[in-house]
Design a protein around this ligand. Structure first.
Ligand code: ADP
Length: 267
């Protein structure tokens, strides 16, 4: 299927509740064409933020979920064989650079380092991408912007971004929104009323305190929204929380009991 720019336009405004001055800072980075790194745990609003900013800036958005099997060719492009012979197919990164889209590399740490290095020439003053197989040096469109997401909690010696990669980006920290804002997000996205959203956020806040004490990751805003949607759909709150909050996050029976008990104090 042929990739067209229109497929990547963000047609309707993605609802986004700011946590601080991230909208102004991202806009400034965009104006300076400074690549941006969004740092923070999974499910805290990074993707929604980029979608909102692409809409606000009127730019198409090309999103790439990174994984360890991804090669530089998957990003940059390759020659394909078809009835007429061989033809070059831009990869998503090349497509975005050529047409002036915002390119969002989600969870870039998952990609192999040689793949990550492929983005380097686009992030310095050259703003160019060598398409070696094709023998083309692509100059990025004036409106092209590279955005990556990065979860510092997952970092290990084997999986971390190289300093030489990190230092090419301006970074914005994302954390869990403060409770009042998070409750508004949960209510808006799931359809539960404010009181229920507030109780879900209380449970989330308690569970996040267990990070490092038996839980590897805190409960994300995404999980609280899942619980809210079940409740809004008629599921009893304790069952909804068990399914959407407790079961996914731990296999340890004692931790499950502790979290179920916490849920029972709120619902
Ligand atoms: P991430 O990219 O950080 O993993 P997402 O952006 O996918 O997380 O966030 C998960 C969900 O949480 C979103 O689909 C959205 O419903 C909600 N969400 C989180 N933060 C916000 C926010 N600040 N404004 C609006 N929705 C949000």
């Amino acid at each position: 299927m042929k990739d067209t720019l229109d497929q990547h336009r963000v047609a309707a405004e993605p609802w986004y509740k700011p946590q601080g001055d991230e909208v102004a800072l991202f806009t400034a980075a965009w104006t300076a064409r400074m690549p941006v790194m969004l740092k923070g745990p999974t499910g805290c609003g990074k993707t929604r933020f980029v979608e909102h900013m692409a809409w606000a800036l009127g730019r198409p958005l090309v999103t790439i979920a990174c994984n360890e099997d991804m090669t530089a060719s998957d990003l940059v492009g390759r020659f394909l064989l078809d009835a007429e012979g061989t033809r070059w197919q831009d990869g998503p990164l090349t497509f975005a650079a050529r047409h002036g889209a915002i390119c969002y590399l989600d969870e870039v740490v998952e990609a192999r380092q040689d793949t990550t290095v492929a983005i380097h020439p686009l992030t310095d003053d050259r703003r160019a991408l060598p398409l070696e197989k094709k023998g083309e040096l692509l100059r990025a469109h004036a409106d092209f912007l590279l955005v990556i997401s990065y979860n510092p909690g997952y970092q290990s010696l084997m999986k971390d971004l190289k300093q030489s990669t990190k230092q090419r980006f301006g970074a914005l920290d994302f954390t869990w929104p403060e409770p009042g804002i998070e409750a508004e997000i949960v209510a808006h996205e799931s359809g539960v009323e404010a009181g229920t959203a507030g109780r879900l956020v209380e449970i989330g806040t308690r569970a996040r305190n267990l990070k490092g004490h038996g839980l590897d990751e805190g409960l994300s805003t995404r999980m609280l929204i899942h619980a809210g949607r079940l409740i809004a759909g008629g599921v009893a709150p304790r069952a909804a929380c068990s399914m959407a909050l407790v079961r996914p996050i731990t296999d340890d029976p004692d931790m499950r009991d502790a979290l179920d008990a916490a849920v029972a104090t709120w619902f």
